[in-house]
Design a protein around this ligand. Structure first.
Ligand code: IMP
Ligand code: MG
Length: 183
């Protein structure tokens, strides 16, 4: 979906489609190098990571595998509590695997730190994280995100997989929603 189709709902564009494309290929090159002799398992967290996964995995040149989890964190709608429930588990056995978690955005990082601990407990050989976007609060938790696309301000963003009430996921850019949309 192009920006012009939802222009009235958008306050400003933070990251353009073109900027995302360039950054994704840089990240892919770094990942190719880091995992050169491995066959990493790319783990996407549904649903937000769908776009990053599709573009990043295709920009990489080394062979990778892909799997998905759906998890939900308890708590109120906007604040994540760190208490996590698995809605859809992996199909892949992660014992001895090099797992690369592919994330859309790191906010509090609570869900992610739970996920890393969970995968390590299952016997993964390594667990690393690549995230397209990172908000300032992510610095407060002990989550080591090895690769980050863009550091963004503490604003609610949509597009490129990120939604507000399941809308705007298919927008090609990452944008700040107009406050009018929430009220
Ligand atoms: P946290 O890092 O545990 O706080 O949770 C991060 C998750 O919350 C992300 O994977 C998104 O699904 C969602 N999220 C956080 N910030 C935003 C945002 O600005 N827009 C849309 N979803 C967000
Ligand atoms: Mg997510």
């Amino acid at each position: 979906m192009d920006l012009s189709s939802v222009e009235k709902d958008i306050e400003k564009v933070l990251v353009t489609e073109e900027q995302i494309k360039v950054r994704i290929s840089e990240l892919a090159a770094e990942l190719d190098q880091h995992y050169a002799d491995k066959r990493p398992l790319l783990l996407g967290v549904l649903k937000g990571a769908v776009m990053v996964m599709a573009d990043l995995s295709r920009a990489m040149q080394i062979p990778v595998e892909m799997d998905w989890m759906a998890i939900s964190s308890y708590g109120s709608g906007t604040v994540s509590s760190g208490v996590v429930r698995i809605l859809k588990d992996l199909d892949t056995d992660v014992i001895g695997r090099h797992v690369l978690i592919v994330e859309d955005i790191i906010d509090s990082g609570l869900t992610l730190s739970w996920l890393i601990a969970n995968l390590e407990a299952r016997g993964a050989a390594s667990v690393k994280v690549v995230a397209l976007l990172r908000k300032p609060d992510a610095a407060k938790v002990e989550v080591n995100v090895a690769w980050v696309g863009f550091d963004i301000p503490n604003e609610f963003v949509v597009g490129y997989g990120l939604d507000y009430a399941e809308r705007y996921r298919t927008l090609k850019d990452v944008a700040v929603l107009s406050p009018a949309v929430y009220s």
